[in-house]
Design a binder for this molecule. Structure first.
Ligand code: PLP
Length: 370
């Protein structure tokens, strides 16, 4: 039996809710299931306003539009992240300024942030890697001091906290993902969170092709018409119906993932110490949502050997981001920069299989043979 890296978990109710949406003849966006999802996230996490989107990438694009990013504006993004974190702002013409990771976590190194701020800086985009919070207080303090917008890339960060506050509720805006590799899923899917109410009205308009449809249906305007830029960022009810089944099982999914994470931790501790391999660090200010269990090997060679050893035993473990500052797209357009911690994670970090139905003891046993 092969052990994949990820296997989407189905709660059993997904097709049932999709059928309800079909039978209600409400298949386009913003119907009953979308509104149920919105209400859940707003009430459960205290987000001021949420809008489901077709992906986290789309939610980040909405953030870039709402932040009014113009050509030449600078946006600070960690180099160790998914390409969407940067590309959403590049599409608005932003110049991306890459920041390094911390030495003890892949998150953005806050101590080096202020040096990257210039008069052109418009926004900072912290990424909560593996669902573990960035140190948000100093980031928000810098944003205050320099009048910057903070957009949390919370793609991996559902149901996780910073000093007791849910991730996604701290920055001016945030973006989540429900891609099938995340904790709760809808195949493709995402969510925009607005915490600064000055963006709310415009967000609704941009979400639905630049038209004031939401205000029209609330009876606030007499005609529904084209008033702004935008796109079709909203998902169909089929996606929202699927997501609703996942939301109903959020606690069960989270408990299971945390148990698996703890098993990895306890089962591999001695092995890791003996082999010079490091575990994920969860700082005191952060919680763990068990999005991912990763190891940091002592060298790229050790990582390749471990990945190959597991592959030989039918287990798929994979590395993660290649630093974006060294990517062909960026490199051809900018001066070379040294971001040693980001490069170190690119070369040494490996992610172990993590999904609801995982046989974690088997993976642990095979790693210990290495
Ligand atoms: C998954 C992910 C994204 C992209 O999410 P999509 O829903 O696939 O667009 C963006 N940023 C990070 C950090 C991610 O992990």
């Amino acid at each position: 039996m092969q052990i994949p890296f990820n296997k989407p978990y189905l709660t059993g109710k997904e097709t049932h809710y999709i059928e309800s949406a079909v039978k209600a003849w409400q298949l386009s966006g913003n119907g009953m299931f979308t509104q149920k999802c919105h209400a859940f996230f707003e009430q459960h996490y205290g987000f001021k306003k949420v809008l489901l989107t077709t992906s986290c990438t789309d939610a980040l694009e909405m953030c870039a539009i709402l932040a009014n990013i113009q050509p030449g504006d600078e946006v600070i993004v960690p180099s160790y992240t998914f390409v969407s974190t940067a590309i959403a702002f590049v599409r608005q013409g932003a110049t991306i300024v890459f920041a390094d990771s911390e030495s003890n976590t892949p998150n953005i190194d806050v101590s080096k942030l202020e040096a990257l701020i210039t008069p052109k800086t418009k926004a900072i985009v912290p990424v909560h890697y593996a669902g573990v919070a960035c140190d948000m207080d100093p980031i928000m303090a810098l944003a205050d001091k320099y009048n910057l917008i903070v957009i949390e890339d919370a793609a991996q960060a559902i149901d996780s906290c910073y000093k007791g506050k849910p991730l996604g509720s701290i920055g001016h805006m945030a973006a989540f993902s429900f891609h099938e590799t995340k904790n709760i899923i809808s195949g493709e899917g995402g969510m925009l969170v607005i915490n600064d109410e000055k963006y709310t009205n415009r967000a609704e308009i941009i979400w639905e092709k630049g038209a004031n449809r939401a205000a029209f249906f609330r009876g606030e305007v007499a005609k529904y018409t084209w008033v702004d830029t935008g796109s079709s960022f909203l998902p169909s009810e089929i996606i929202a119906a699927f997501l609703w089944a996942q939301i109903e099982n959020l606690n069960k999914i989270q408990e299971k993932r945390l148990t698996l994470w703890q098993s990895y931790y306890a089962g591999l501790k001695d092995w890791a110490e003996a082999n010079g391999v490091h575990f994920p660090l969860v700082p005191d200010y952060a919680t763990n949502n068990a999005h991912m269990f990763y190891l940091i090997c002592n060298s790229e060679a050790q990582r390749s050997q471990l990945i190959n050893h597991l592959k030989g035993n039918g287990i798929l473990a994979i590395f993660h981001y290649q630093s974006l500052h060294s990517s062909p797209y960026y490199f051809e357009r900018h001066d070379a920069r040294e971001l040693p911690n980001s490069d170190s994670y690119s070369n040494k970090l490996v992610r172990l299989p993590m999904y609801y139905e995982l046989d974690v003891e088997k993976v642990i046993a095979k790693i210990k043979q290495f």
